[in-house]
Design a protein around this ligand. Structure first.
Ligand code: GDP
Length: 529
């Protein structure tokens, strides 16, 4: 197959949702369609039988969360589908954001009984900033749900995105009888199956069909007919172009647990979702089907197998063809390397990858010295700038509690910072230099502490710091910036009218930042500077 047709077959996406909306259940059902039935269970297995996973995931077991993410690949119809799993837990982490830099589309799962929840909103914002097309799955229609029109209204009001319902629910809760497919003008009647283990049987009929009106309680039928009429006036006009630009979200109602409406969504999604996109390097556009191989590291995970101290770098391929044993250069360092141990990770299963194309993700196992965001290519001029900088919302000092183990503490911390588990900051005015770390969610600190202790036998203590807001400081006129003084190790302080509660710090790249404990002081500082 040619490069162009390999690229055209690929769809790479993530599912975003608030915890408990049904992401895991939907993932499992999607895998059924990919013919990966025997593997589908492994997603649930990951949730329920965490004892079997590698040791450092003990933390996940204790807290019932998924810290690490995996990449699932399956073939369905003519497509190769790459589903990148975003860690879904109450606390937020940068890991989740980074996964979203590697996808071309997202499916947003909403619990139709609850509507948009806090994390849905956060993840949506990240996707929107990157212009990622979003497909909405309104889940749990078999439970009492909010009126379907209200849910659309909420998308518009809370997320500010226009929606286009692709299907429409016939009732909800015990009255949930199926969906009306607005594209084909057909009704899919829903029959409950035990536990929703198999593909839900569906009958296809028009809305006027007697069997449809007989299946629904009269009031529900009347309401649905009214809603459908209304809908022609309220929903946004469908436009594939707007969907692909992330301006309209196609909406599907269904029930993941009962496997109802899932195939309809998958089929429409694959038809509408974009193929792997070209990416920009400065002025140059790198096409996915070009001859040049390129990709970027969006996730690094060390010690997945604690006995081997292995590292896995996850590479999203942007262009060209990846082949096992090929050579490529880390364009940040200029180091050329042979990519020998390439793997595809399926939950805990690993399988060697011999060939992969744009849109695919390969895990490179071994110590290649990667940093998050590094580009790997056979063209040294390609450097992707895909990793956004995240503004931490919480800070903590990390104390080494055992001086005899300082080296382990330092080595472990260096490695984990390379993986981006947290962001390091430095307080130049501090009397004792204790590492100050920033994160978007406190869970990142717990992961850091846990891993330092279990993987590096360090003894550490976290001390939470009061700041919640960080602002990067840029001089308005670079000429006014204070000049470095010879012999001075740190950068000179910026000229600022700082208020008493402003703390200045340096980020990992030596840039000045100001830390604040609340919005008021941050706002005051901004008006002064
Ligand atoms: P996640 O945290 O987003 O991965 O959510 P899960 O997939 O684990 O689902 C959370 C809970 O909701 C589980 O108990 C599921 O069985 C349940 N659930 C998921 N989909 C549905 C659905 O369509 N209907 C109902 N009634 N329950 C569902």
């Amino acid at each position: 197959m040619s490069a162009a047709s390999e690229v055209a077959r690929r769809r790479t996406f993530a599912i975003i949702s608030h915890p408990d909306a049904g992401k895991t259940t939907l993932t499992e059902k999607l895998l059924l369609y990919g013919g990966a039935v025997q593997l589908a269970g492994s997603v649930t297995a990951r949730k329920n039988q965490r004892a079997t996973t590698s040791d450092w995931m003990e933390l996940e077991k204790q807290r019932g969360i998924s810290v690490s993410s995996t990449v699932l690949q399956f073939e369905y119809k003519d497509c190769v589908v790459n589903l990148l799993d975003t860690p879904g837990h109450k606390d937020f982490s940068e890991d989740t954001y980074r996964v979203l830099t590697a996808v071309d589309a997202a499916v947003m799962v909403i619990d139709a009984g609850k509507g948009i929840e806090s994390q849905t909103l956060k993840l949506f914002e990240v996707c929107r900033r990157r212009g990622v097309p979003i497909f909405t799955f309104m889940n749990k229609l078999d439970r009492p749900a909010r009126p379907p029109l209200d849910l659309l209204d909420e998308l518009e009001k809370v997320l500010g995105i226009a929606s286009c319902p692709m299907n429409w629910p016939l009732g909800d809760g015990v009255d949930f009888k199926g969906v009306f497919d607005r594209q084909s003008n057909q009704v899919h009647l829903f029959e409950r199956t035990v536990g929703g283990m198999f593909r839900a049987p569906v009958n296809v009929k028009g809305i006027e069909d007697e069997s449809v009106s007989n299946a629904l309680p009269p009031l529900v039928y009347a309401r649905v007919c009214e809603e459908l009429e209304l809908l022609d006036g309220v929903g946004a006009e469908f436009s594939l172009e707007k969907v692909r630009r992330g301006q309209i979200t196609p909406v599907f109602y269904g029930s993941a647990m009962n496997n109802f409406g899932v195939q309809m969504m998958l089929d429409s999604f694959l038809a509408m979702a974009p193929t792997p996109a070209p990416r920009l390097v400065g002025e140059r556009i790198v096409e996915p089907d070009s001859e040049t191989f390129s990709g970027f590291v969006f996730k690094i995970q060390a010690n997945m197998n604690p006995r081997h101290r292995d590292h896995v770098a996850f590479i999203r391929i942007v262009s060209g063809c990846f082949q096992r044993d090929m050579s490529a250069t880390n364009t940040r360092t200029g180091t050329k390397m042979r990519l020998g141990n390439s793997q595809r990770l399926f939950a805990q299963e690993r399988e060697t990858v011999n060939e992969a194309w744009a849109g695919d993700v390969v895990g490179l196992v071994g110590n290649y010295g990667f940093q998050i965001g590094d580009t790997l290519s056979d063209d040294p001029n390609i450097k992707y700038d895909e990793m956004p900088r995240f503004a931490p919302e919480c800070f903590a000092y990390l104390h080494n509690e055992n001086t005899a183990k300082f080296k382990r503490f330092r080595d472990g911390l260096d490695q984990l910072l390379k993986e981006g588990v947290a962001q390091p900051f430095e307080l130049p005015d501090a009397f004792v230099r204790i590492p100050l770390l920033g994160a978007v969610g406190p869970l990142q600190f717990d992961v850091l502490k846990y891993r330092l202790e279990s993987e590096y036998s360090a003894e550490v203590r976290l001390e939470y710091a009061p700041w919640t807001i960080v602002r990067w400081i840029r001089e308005k006129n670079p000429e006014d910036a204070p000049k470095p003084v010879r012999g001075q190790t740190t950068k000179p302080k910026p000229n600022l009218a700082a208020s008493y509660d402003t703390t200045l710090a340096l980020d990992a790249f030596g840039n000045w930042v100001a830390l604040f404990s609340d919005k008021v002081s941050a706002g005051y500082f901004e008006t002064k500077n």
